[in-house]
Design a protein around this ligand. Structure first.
Ligand SMILES: [Cu+2]
Length: 65
């Protein structure tokens, strides 16, 4: 399984602490990919202050087989 992350506006950070995943996400065509090494439900959040709304930039990733 591969997830693709793209920023549409400015530089953000993407972090999933439990999977030890951390990446800058810059605007434009740059993309980051990673393959989770386990299944489960994992919280992610933006870890670079990116302006208004930063505190709400979080979510849940569900990895299944
Ligand atoms: Cu942010």
């Amino acid at each position: 399984m591969v997830i693709e992350i793209v920023s549409l506006d400015r530089k953000h950070g993407f972090m999933i602490p439990e999977l030890k995943v951390r990446s800058d996400v810059k605007p434009g065509a740059e993309r980051r990919r990673f393959t989770p090494d386990k299944t489960g439900t994992f919280n992610f959040h933006c870890d670079l202050f990116c302006g208004s709304g930063h505190e709400g930039m979080a979510g849940t990733l569900v990895v299944v087989e």
